[in-house]
Design a protein around this ligand. Structure first.
Ligand SMILES: *Cc1c(COP(=O)(O)O)cnc(C)c1O
Length: 410
């Protein structure tokens, strides 16, 4: 079935051991021996491998040849991560004025920026208009009216794309599904008549340039994605007749990665399948195709170093209480997400034991793993939490006023 074949010119990605691997019982991330980064350790540290991010972007550019890639910066907005992606040809998908400023600060031009999100304030829309960013993805009719009003006051035309909600289930965690009627995102297809009336009414201040969809995150099965494109294609063609300025189709982000196994081959074939679906479903629209990957670009490219504070043995459980918590990395607490956990130094003489790896925060949901088999661990030793490059630091909170994590790029 799969006619589309990926040829990998980026050998780094062929080698599973290129990033997190042991050498002489020491854990390495890329070329970096992680214990070198704990010399004056004070608090948890995120480590990002910029080379790996470049390799991922290049691979994606190579496979999604015709797509314009807008990095969903909410996944990881570290300045050097952003700069790296910008220098290598990505645009930015932003969801707030704060992210717009960060994108500009890291070298993105206004014309590289797409602005998504359900709750854009007047201030945020004004900023986007002032800068003449590339595109605003509109998520509701009241938002459309607000954009029209603000653009009119500036005597300009806002370049908008309609984010549509096709009511499609991609079988992901309910908190990261966004393409269902019960979700707050996008506009339902039954509103299209009204939407068109609004567009006509405000034709002096709104220019329809695109259609967009984003079905959610961690897509591993792409049949819902294919259905979404199939559903929106006739909508695009129909709108195009009435609004000839329509020329872009934004397929969103959400391409999944695997956290429970390091299987880049499998991810590469998922990417190839994704490309094949986009190509097959949309090629005869002859329009600009945009995608907004976040996790896929940066997820594997970060790890979180944490130090064991206490080994707390009870008749029921053995807890490794570490200094990182849900305030630093909330994915396990929020989505029951799995992250690999590795001792920074391997000791083959030690036995293995089942641990609950927990943080210091005053919540029982503050855990990284339950009943996880690890080599026997001791106070003050370090653990490394894998695949923390996406939705890690960017989702951190001030809860309990613990020190924030440091971030280091290698
Ligand atoms: C979060 C988000 C993305 C990125 O999702 P990933 O799963 O990280 O690829 C893309 N587009 C929109 C509109 C989003 O909200």
């Amino acid at each position: 079935m799969l006619q589309f074949r990926v040829t990998l010119s980026h050998t780094l990605l062929m080698n599973q051991n290129a990033f997190l691997h042991y050498k002489e019982f020491e854990l390495y991330f890329g070329e970096k021996k992680l214990s070198d980064l704990t010399k004056d350790y004070q608090q948890p540290v995120y480590v990002y491998d910029l080379k790996f991010i470049v390799a991922r972007l290049k691979l994606m550019q190579q496979v999604l040849k015709k797509n314009k890639i807008f990095y969903a910066m909410k996944a990881n907005s570290h300045l050097d991560v952003m700069r790296t992606l910008q220098k290598n040809g990505a645009g930015a998908d932003v969801v707030s004025a704060g992210e717009i400023e960060r994108a500009l600060q890291s070298g993105f031009k206004p014309e590289d920026i797409v602005f998504s999100g359900v709750g854009k304030t007047e201030k945020e829309i004004n900023r986007a208009l002032e800068l003449k960013i590339y595109q605003i993805n509109v998520e509701s009719m009241p938002e459309m009216q607000r954009i029209a009003k603000l653009a009119k006051a500036k005597e300009m035309k806002a370049q908008i794309a309609l984010r549509l909600n096709p009511n499609i289930d991609i079988k992901t965690h309910p908190y990261i599904a966004t393409g269902l009627h019960e979700n707050k995102f996008g506009m339902e297809l039954s509103a299209l008549e009204q939407i068109q009336t609004l567009l006509q009414e405000h034709k002096d201040s709104l220019e329809l340039v695109g259609l967009s969809l984003h079905l959610g995150s961690q897509m591993h099965n792409l049949s819902g994605f294919r259905d979404g494109l199939k559903l929106l294609k006739p909508v695009y063609l129909n709108l195009k007749q009435k609004f000839p300025t329509l020329q872009r189709f934004d397929v969103g982000g959400g391409l999944g990665i695997f956290y429970d196994e390091m299987n880049l081959e499998k991810e590469n074939s998922l990417l190839a399948h994704y490309a094949e679906i986009i190509d097959h479903e949309l090629k005869d629209l002859n329009c600009e195709i945009q995608s907004e990957p976040g996790r896929w670009l940066v997820g594997h490219a970060g790890v979180l170093l944490t130090q064991i504070q206490y080994v707390k043995d009870t008749p029921y459980r053995t807890f490794l209480v570490v200094d990182a918590g849900m305030n630093h990395l909330i994915r396990p607490s929020l989505y029951d997400a799995y992250h690999g956990i590795f001792p920074m130094k391997q000791d083959p003489k030690r036995a293995h034991k089942a641990y609950d790896v927990v943080g210091p925060i005053c919540e029982s949901s503050d855990f990284f793993a339950k009943d996880r088999k690890l080599q026997e661990s001791k106070q003050d030793e370090f653990l490394v939490i894998a695949d923390a490059g996406a939705y890690g630091f960017s989702m951190a909170s001030h809860y309990n006023l613990k020190d924030e994590a440091k971030e280091i790029c290698i």
